[in-house]
Design a protein around this ligand. Structure first.
Ligand SMILES: Cc1cc2nc3c(=O)[nH]c(=O)nc-3n(C[C@H](O)[C@H](O)[C@H](O)COP(=O)(O)O)c2cc1C
Ligand code: SF4
Length: 722
């Protein structure tokens, strides 16, 4: 029978690989037969001389667990150790700085451009390898993606680019031949340092529009020396020189993986599949040991995350060569497959891959290795859970890209389902000194996470909620958003299963009262009762018959969702909703914008009123969603009044003063309030003293996103080592 993983310490026993790459990955545990569909994932594979215990690769991704010192931090070690311990076959660490400051995208990150960083880098390699996982490290030069605002220096590119790829990039200057030669040395120096630090290999990022990527692409490479032009040999020269340089200095058996754009779009001269196949063959001939293939859309950063290219409707540049049949999951596999036919080294696929799609792709020979980032951030234990036939216990990545938003703001990444990134998991999951009775009130994300954490710490847990189903506002959000991109219901399914497995007593459809609290005799009472909807303080609001308050809508949805699922209610809403044909939404943050999309899709004429400025329009949406949803709303005829002040409301209409000082009367059939929730700690005061410890978490303390709610609850037992 498969061993059950109930917490991060209940992991499968795994082999001790030591520091010897040849030995790592041996002693693979048998895969339960029920999970044979994932069997291809657990076939070992050789990358150069390094043997991987399975085919799942953590691809490089900036985590921002760094500080201004340029040193490897304890949080960075914890972050990567958790992933290595989770059983991944190969871990590729994110890029350190190889040439300060121009190689960096921004002013943040750890460094590999000097020997003084060797001790920290060695610790990093060792914490990964001690779990039997080989450690590679990505080397890259940001090139045109270097942000000038940090050091005041012009970014470098293959050719001068007076018109940068994105508005916030500065024009780049052309790199000289001398600088190219220097750069090749910087890459080889960094690789040698990585090797001295104990890394098993390096990855060279020649993708996106980073410096090496723009050499490869005709879209940017306008040189007419031997690093440019139509010839693939010339355009690949800088990369092949780096590969050969590293092999010369680190030894032919020091493995190098490459990342390339298998296909590009968005600019004249974008890379074709024929070109990338030719380039891949040249890189393999130069000594590359494996190659990772992506799609890049110039001017659209979302291309790394294929599902994002479909939201809210598919972009014009969607490549026909990709496979869009699974909502973006594994979309780029056919591109990787085309490259695989051109080379005889392992090919790594990436882009919303999951274990099932990955295993199928391996079986069909489309790729050799399954690259993942977000699913391993969400649950570093994913490989071990697959091995233990516990795939239903894998914490789902629901593609919210909250992690990316943190990285884009240079903040340590957080995940909406994993509240412990960068934390010392041994401490976090240390059993409580004494098992107590913890009563959690509320079944939204913070309530469910608090209950899960309490149970993992060894407490006896009771979760009470007035709702008839678990999920709280997430069920309403799932109804509004749909499942196409974010898969919110997967979070609820996950928690339902975890709470049941952990023995949490769940009492739904019950309001908490002082008498009930007294009956339950909790040692700890955790209130996760949510924030309160608000309406604007607007003359006439209470008398206008056309006002639909968000609180009323939520209550109606909550009641309906007690009987039907979010998807069913979403379908029914195409037929009927308590909202008229012409709608004005009051509130332009995430709730207002997503409601606008929902209503437009149901044939409503929508106006969106946002009292703040442009920078706060869509607050709470990820940057990528803002970039796609706001223009979509405009294209679908939604008038957005930014900086508008509401003066009064009546059945005749809403009087507003626009940002330009113009008075307007907006007539509508429904005026829907969609302001952010406000905190509500009244219950905290009410129940103070009802248990030795009373705490509040989530929206009732500080309304925010699911990610904020989960984090607030994940930390609730950290304070007293409880
Ligand atoms: C927060 C975040 C940061 C990333 N940073 C990098 C990076 O520094 N270098 C890189 O090559 N890819 C980076 N990526 C891309 C990932 O390696 C990967 O290609 C992408 O997330 C798609 O895989 P997934 O769907 O499994 O997450 C990043 C991804 C995320 C989510
Ligand atoms: S923050 Fe969102 S996208 Fe990122 S790993 Fe977590 S669930 Fe996935």
């Amino acid at each position: 029978m498969a061993q059950r993983i109930t917490d991060p310490h209940g992991r499968l026993p795994r082999q001790d690989g030591g520091r010897d790459s040849e030995r790592r990955g041996e002693g693979l545990p048998a895969l339960p037969s029920r999970e044979s569909r994932h069997r291809p994932l657990f076939e070992p594979l050789q990358v150069g001389p390094v043997r991987l215990r399975n085919r799942i690769i953590k691809t490089a991704a900036e985590s921002c667990f760094t500080d201004a010192s340029g040193e490897v931090t304890p949080e960075l070690l914890n972050f990567y150790e958790a992933i290595a311990a989770g059983g991944v076959g190969l871990l590729i660490v994110e890029s350190p700085t190889i040439d300060h400051p121009l190689s960096m995208a921004n002013g943040h990150g750890f460094r590999i451009d000097d020997d003084r960083y060797l001790p920290g880098l060695s610790r990093l390699a060792a914490v990964i390898q001690q779990h039997g996982c080989p450690a590679f490290i990505q080397l890259h030069h940001a090139g045109p993606w270097h942000l000038k605002e940090f050091f005041g220096l012009d970014p470098l590119s293959v050719s001068a680019t007076p018109e940068p790829e994105l508005p916030h990039f500065a024009p780049a200057r052309e790199i000289t031949v001398e600088e190219i030669e220097g750069l090749v040395s910087k890459f080889t120096d960094a690789a040698l340092r990585a090797q001295r630090a104990g890394f098993d290999g390096v990855e060279i990022n020649a993708a996106a529009s980073h410096l090496l990527g723009v050499f490869l692409s005709r879209a940017w490479n306008g040189r007419n020396d031997h690093y440019g032009g139509e010839s693939l040999e010339n355009r690949s020269r800088i990369v092949t020189e780096i590969i050969r340089g590293i092999k010369a200095r680190c030894g032919a058996d020091f493995p190098i993986t490459l990342i390339v754009n298998g296909l590009e779009a968005g600019r004249p001269g974008s890379m074709t599949l024929n070109e990338s196949r030719g380039i891949a063959a040249l890189l393999a001939e130069a000594g590359a040991d494996a190659i990772q293939v992506r799609f890049h859309c110039h001017g659209n950063l979302a291309a790394l995350w294929p599902e994002q290219l479909l939201y809210p409707e598919p972009i014009d540049e969607l490549p026909a060569q990709a496979d869009w049949s699974r909502g973006g999951a594994g979309a780029y596999l056919p591109i990787a497959e085309a490259i695989k036919r051109a080379v005889d080294i392992p090919v790594i696929g990436v882009g919303r891959l999951d274990p099932t799609i990955g295993a199928q792709a391996l079986l069909q020979g489309q790729i050799d290795l399954v690259g993942m980032t977000r699913r391993l951030i969400a649950d570093p234990e994913l490989p071990n859970k697959l091995l233990a036939a516990q795939d239903e216990d894998i914490a789902p990545c629901t593609a919210c890209l909250g992690c990316l938003d943190d990285a884009a703001m240079f903040r340590p990444i957080r995940c909406r389902i994993n509240g412990h990134l960068g934390a010392d998991r041994k401490q976090v999951f240390l059993p409580a000194p004494r098992s107590e009775h913890v009563v959690v009130v509320g079944s939204g994300p913070s309530g469910m996470e608090a209950a899960r954490m309490a149970a993992l710490k060894g407490h006896r847990v009771t979760l009470v909620s007035r709702d008839r189903k678990l999920g709280g506002l997430m069920r309403i959000a799932a109804m509004v958003k749909g499942q196409e991109v974010e898969e919110l219901e997967a979070i609820i399914t996950y928690y339902r299963r975890q709470l049941a497995a952990l023995g949490v007593t769940i009492r739904l459809g019950r309001r908490m009262t002082p008498q009930r609290v007294a009956e339950l005799e909790p040692d700890q009472l955790i209130l996760a009762t949510g924030g309160v909807p608000t309406a604007p303080d607007l003359p006439g609001l209470n008398d206008c018959h056309k006002v639909v308050r968000s609180g009323e809508l939520m209550e109606a949805a909550r009641r309906a969702l007690g009987f039907v699922g979010p998807e069913t209610l979403r379908s029914l809403s195409h037929w009927w909703m308590p909202i008229g044909k012409r709608v004005v939404i009051l509130g332009g943050a995430i709730a207002g914008c997503e409601l606008a999309e929902f209503l437009v899709r149901r044939g409503r004429d929508v106006k969106l009123l946002h009292s703040g400025d442009l920078t706060t329009l869509g607050d709470g949406l990820t940057e990528l969603m803002k970039r796609s949803l706001l223009p979509w709303l405009a294209r679908r005829g939604v008038e957005v009044l930014v900086g508008a002040r509401c003066d009064a409301i009546s059945d005749e209409g809403l009087s507003v003063t626009t940002a330009e000082g113009e008075s307007r009367l907006l007539a509508a059939d429904s005026f829907v309030t969609a302001l952010p929730l406000e905190p509500d700690t009244s219950l905290l005061d009410h129940y103070r003293g009802a248990a030795p410890v009373v705490k509040a978490v989530g929206d009732c303390v500080e309304p925010g996103l699911i990610l904020d709610a989960v984090h607030s609850a994940a930390g609730v037992f950290a304070e007293r080592g409880e």
